[in-house]
Design a protein around this ligand. Structure first.
Ligand code: BGC
Length: 735
């Protein structure tokens, strides 16, 4: 029995004893024994649950929608900050309200919610993932968590980790790419950063909500082995390392059951196998029942009065309880889990309240995230970096680069200070508005190149843009593809004739640099005609300066793709997304096609060569890697490799270690490390290899199994740019 100090009182983590001791403490004069922060979160929650009435318990297991766009017959919840969700406080017991805000790229504050409010937008999730730097993810998480706290929120609906199975998925910009280890480790750090600010982080969308088309109805079909080794492995790693206080179950069905009433996902996997102690909340409109959902593991119904058919976690649940379909112990468990996460994050001791925000420091965090994660895709003849001090003329073209940078749409949309730089673009209503953050690259480039004549063409007139490029020493063309929650892209093309624009500009001036602002890979038909391409996704706060720093070499690009860049849709497991253009949506989607082989593993197993492989990214300096050594230490495989900066600029590189298990057609990323090196510097990196990537999930044995045999371990700068493999004998066993 684990016993922890609790002031004068000692409390065992056994419900009955704690309850008894709580009562005893109350009798001794400590009316709120759960307020002792030296006691474990579990024990405190148990003390508190024991004091609650049934109505108080029911109050905690549902949230209200706190958006001002509520139906008129549903009054705005008193005391709530306008946002995604609200659980009223229980003052009698000192339980604070839960004030829930979206999302992973900052405190969402679209005009729909809180007109006039603003927050610092982080770059899109793939930027953070492309940094391959857990510290960057942690800092970003702490920044947005801090802003949430200082705006009065104690729950961030942040921690998006759905794997990128399709570049057309409208929400890729909220996630962390296609690889379970990279996504899991990066999102874990973002979560830890958020929770470090006494804000509960909500990993989502659990699970397999990997497309937006028909997201509220679609049944994802996938075998257990395949899902455990892919999407669910990403969740498993992020949850065990990041310890988020809550998990949001998703809209879709998984193998026939709604994710929010899926016993396999919530009970068997999350709570039993992973021993997750926190709570599961439904996505907004994701709950479909009372007894079934509760018995399958759903702990809190979100905004049901607006988004669900009815509020299941009120009268219907009370009736189910009365009929014996749900046990009182389960209701207590739901409440226990919610309170436990509140205690664990420090929500009681550190109440979220309005406080000043250091926007300058926070913008620097956003910009540094971009600088660490932007990916240089092409740099023909070392066109970049540009010596701005010497340039006499620069053409800046397209994508409203004179006003700002594009953001992704939907619930995660953050309004930056200064508002929408390009208001009025369609769609202006959900999932719009289309928003440009007011950090114009044009201004930053002008500042960087004070002697140059820097002119702008909006790109609508292709001939005028080409003429400007022809008379300039270099042309920087910005291209964009807006994307949003609730919709997928029908194709991989850049919209609005931008391909023709780039081709014309490149023809007029081969010293053309393309900067991509997009959700996920798009086709680049003009690639061979341009000098350089820089991928910045939706680049977030202070992006104009970040982009100028990267183009000028003030910052050396070091991002590596967290996803494969396919050549076209024929390389994808599903050539199209049925229903993407409307019409009757399909009932199901078959993820057994790619199964566990998401992204580069799919491509490798089919012998397909992408345009840019997973893990790819260029630098302004050069690196050498090797030799690779592999050894077992403390029961774990470790790779070690020396990385040398062989060029003349400081820079950072990523050592990526892939493992091929016997009989597999594809390699798997099993470890990685990023290192910053001065010119001529070298460092030996020790990279532990994640055991579950050496293993297979065996449904029959209900666990991970290392088959054993000769494993090929290889290290490199991308999933295709690899050194000499090392063969390692791995004994069979359980990881
Ligand atoms: C989204 C969630 C979001 C919630 C609350 C839903 O539509 O899928 O990601 O947290 O709304 O705004």
């Amino acid at each position: 029995m684990k016993v922890k100090a609790m002031g004068a009182l000692r409390c065992a983590i056994v419900m009955g004893l704690c309850t008894w001791m709580g009562v005893a403490a109350a009798q001794q004069g400590n009316a709120r024994p759960w307020s002792d922060a030296t006691v474990s979160a579990d024990a405190r929650a148990r003390l508190l649950v024991a004091q609650m009435t049934q109505d108080e318990k029911f109050q905690l297991i549902r949230s209200y929608y706190a958006g001002p766009d509520r139906p008129s017959d549903k009054p705005f919840p008193k005391g709530a900050i306008a946002s995604a969700g609200y659980v009223p406080p229980i003052e009698r017991l000192g339980i604070p309200a839960l004030e829930e805000s979206d999302a992973g790229l900052g405190v969402a504050s679209s005009d729909r919610m809180r007109p006039g409010d603003s927050a610092t937008p982080l770059p899109a999730g793939p930027v953070t993932a492309a940094s391959w730097d857990p510290k960057v993810a942690y800092r970003g998480g702490a920044m947005i968590g801090g802003e949430a706290h200082n705006k009065g929120f104690n729950v961030l609906l942040a921690g998006g980790i759905n794997l990128m199975r399709d570049p057309r998925n409208g929400r890729n910009f909220e996630y962390a790419g296609e690889d379970p280890l990279l996504a899991g480790t990066i999102v874990a750090e973002a979560i830890r950063g958020i929770e470090s600010q006494h804000v509960i982080s909500t990993i989502k969308h659990f699970a397999l909500n990997d497309q937006e088309t028909a997201r509220n109805t679609i049944n994802v079909q996938i075998g257990e082995k395949a899902m455990r080794e892919s999407d669910l492995l990403a969740f498993e790693i992020a949850i065990e390392r990041g310890k988020p206080g809550s998990v949001m179950c998703s809209y879709n069905k998984v193998n026939g059951d709604w994710a929010c009433e899926n016993d396999y996902l919530m009970n068997q996997l999350l709570k039993r196998d992973w021993k997750y102690p926190g709570f599961v909340m439904s996505d907004w409109g994701g709950a479909h029942s009372a007894a079934k959902a509760v018995n399958a593991g759903l702990d809190q119904e979100s905004a049901g009065e607006v988004f669900d058919k009815e509020v299941y976690f009120d009268a219907p649940l009370r009736q189910a309880l009365a009929k014996g379909e749900v046990k009182q112990a389960r209701i207590d468990d739901m409440v226990q889990r919610i309170l436990r996460s509140m205690f664990a994050a420090g929500v009681f001791e550190h109440p979220a309240k309005k406080a000043p925000i250091d926007s300058k420091a926070n913008l620097a965090v956003a910009r540094e995230t971009l600088e660490a994660g932007a990916v240089l895709l092409r740099n023909d003849n070392n066109l970049l970096p540009l010596d701005f001090a010497k340039l006499e003329s620069v053409a800046v073209i397209g994508a409203h680069a004179d006003k700002g940078v594009l953001a992704g749409g939907g619930s995660s949309l953050v309004t930056a200070m200064g508002g929408n730089a390009v208001p009025g673009l369609a769609p202006t209503t959900w999932p719009g508005p289309v928003m440009y953050h007011p950090y114009p690259p044009l201004k930053a480039i002008r500042t960087m190149a004070p002697k140059a004549n820097v002119q702008y063409a909006n790109g609508n007139d292709v001939a005028a843009a080409a003429a400007l490029a022809a008379k300039s020493q270099v042309a920087v063309v910005f291209v964009q593809k807006w994307s949003a929650e609730s919709v997928d892209a029908p194709d991989l093309a850049l919209p609005d004739g931008q391909d023709a624009l780039v081709a014309a500009v490149a023809k007029a001036n081969p010293r053309t640099i393309v900067v991509l602002e997009n959700n996920a890979p798009v086709q680049l038909p003009w690639l061979d005609q341009v000098g350089a391409v820089l991928e910045v996704w939706y680049p977030g706060g202070d992006a104009g300066n970040g982009i100028a720093n990267l183009l000028s070499g003030k910052v050396n690009p070091s991002g590596h793709l967290p996803m494969s860049w396919v050549r076209d849709a024929s390389q994808l497991p599903r050539a199209e997304i049925p229903g993407v253009m409307g019409g009757t949506p399909p009932e199901s989607v078959d993820y057994n096609i790619d199964g566990a082989d998401v992204g580069y593993r799919w491509l490798q197993s089919r012998g397909l060569k992408p345009l840019f492989p997973f893990g790819y990214g260029l630098s302004y300096t050069t690196f050498e890697h090797g030799p690779l050594k592999v050894a077992t230490r403390d029961g774990q495989l470790h790779a070690s490799v020396t990385v040398r900066n062989t060029g003349s600029r400081a820079g950072a590189d990523v050592a990526q270690v892939y493992v091929q298990v016997p009989g597999a057609k594809a390699r798997r990323l099993a470890g990685y490390a990023k290192v910053s090196l001065k010119p001529g510097e070298q460092r030996e990196l020790d990279i532990p290899l994640e055991k579950r990537l050496l293993a297979d999930f065996d449904p029959a044995r209900h666990g991970w199994v290392i088959r054993g045999g000769d494993y090929s371990v290889v290290e490199g700068r991308s999933s295709e740019d690899l050194g000499t493999p090392v063969s390692v004998k791995v004994p069979a066993g359980a990881p």
